[in-house]
Design a protein around this ligand. Structure first.
Ligand SMILES: [Fe+2]
Length: 358
């Protein structure tokens, strides 16, 4: 089974060339975004212009922080309801897009509390949602995943609901002004999605097709990611496309051990998501079956897992994770049977400890 109910437009001026699919979502938009970047990279102006030209009103909620909390979702929901919005446009990186999904869901269930996000007995019905990614890692524009910070649990937890955007517009030009650190961290996140999705027990020929082509594109951008090549417009579109294909992979499979290990690291040490995941990638690749390992390394353009790790160190400049945080991550992973059961190779305690770095 392969299922993504999102209409996807990619390429230069994806929004402008397909604006009816944005304006047709409702009568008044709630634009959900982070702080300044959407205004700097032009994506906010593109959305606002299209809405204004079509006579659609909109309200802007721009308070989404990195790793959005459940509390912030509820605050944005109130704002959206107070302003009588009937559709949502998420603009930004993974945090803004994931938040926009949860807000769309909660706006459609106004009488329910935040627990709705984690209640498997409730419906996925949500307000119509458009997504405009401005980073190249999350793939949130084509996944049903909404990862939120649970302050009560001191970690990140995805909503149990499948929350797909109705339409997504993937335009590489929004990467032009992205800080290099964000471009690099998010590109490593996309790589991890393709690596984890490739070996996942839910992988199929169709998810592997997405990961395989995404890795080909990602490999072609390595020079841009490590700063040895000036990015052309085509390169920026390629980085976006690789990220979207990585998203199309994990939309079906989900993620595995490196992502599970990363969440307490991100929350506890405030380390960006893509960087947190990448700490664990090389040892994870080493633990794979030879066939999968060779496929992934060839496709991503690395001779061996250590070379992948050197690339990570070069582009993300990571500090050492304190041992107690690695232990917390390991313990949390050990209690997450779902994540552990989705790797197809042998996992014992010593392999897990090696991946966690303890
Ligand atoms: Fe990720």
């Amino acid at each position: 089974m392969y299922y993504i109910p999102t209409r996807l437009f990619t390429g230069q001026d994806a929004l402008k060339n397909n604006k009816d699919y944005l304006t047709g979502l409702g009568t008044k938009a709630l634009i959900v975004t982070g702080s300044k970047s959407a205004k700097i990279n032009g994506s906010f102006d593109d959305v606002a212009q299209i809405l204004e030209d079509s006579g659609k009103e909109f309200s802007v909620y721009e308070g989404i922080q990195e790793n959005p909390t459940v509390e912030s979702i509820m605050e944005a929901r109130e704002f959206g309801r107070d302003n009588v919005c009937d559709f949502v446009v998420g603009i930004g990186g993974g945090s803004a897009l994931d938040a926009s999904k949860a807000i769309s869901l909660m706006m459609a269930h106004y009488n329910d509390g935040w627990e709705y996000l984690y209640d498997t007995n409730k419906s996925n019905d949500m307000l119509p949602l458009a997504a405009v990614p401005t980073t190249c890692g999350t793939g949130s524009e084509v996944t049903g995943v909404s990862v939120l910070t649970r302050t009560d649990l001191k970690t990140k937890k995805s909503s149990v609901h499948k929350l797909y955007p109705n339409v997504s517009f993937v335009d590489g030009k929004y990467l032009k002004t992205a800080p290099r650190s964000i471009l690099r961290n998010t590109a490593m996140d996309a790589l991890s999605h393709m690596i984890e999705g490739t070996i996942h027990t839910k992988a199929t020929p169709y998810t592997r097709m997405c990961a395989s082509h995404g890795l080909d594109i990602w490999r072609s951008c390595k020079g841009v990611i490590d700063g040895t090549k000036e990015a052309s417009e085509d390169d920026l579109q390629s980085l976006m496309d690789a990220s979207t294909m990585a998203g199309m992979t994990i939309a079906q499979t989900g993620t595995t051990i490196p992502h599970a290990l990363s969440y307490p690291i991100t929350i506890g040490l405030n380390i960006p998501h893509g960087k947190s995941v990448s700490y664990f990638l090389a040892e994870f690749v080493k633990a794979m079956n030879k066939e999968d390992r060779d496929f992934i390394l060839t496709k991503s353009g690395f001779g061996d897992p250590d070379e992948l790790n050197e690339f990570f160190k070069k582009v993300c400049e990571p500090d050492e994770i304190p041992l107690n945080y690695r232990e917390i991550a390991y313990e949390e992973l050990c209690s997450n049977k779902a994540k552990l059961s989705c790797v197809p190779f042998e996992i014992n305690d010593s392999i897990l400890k090696r991946i966690a770095g303890i």
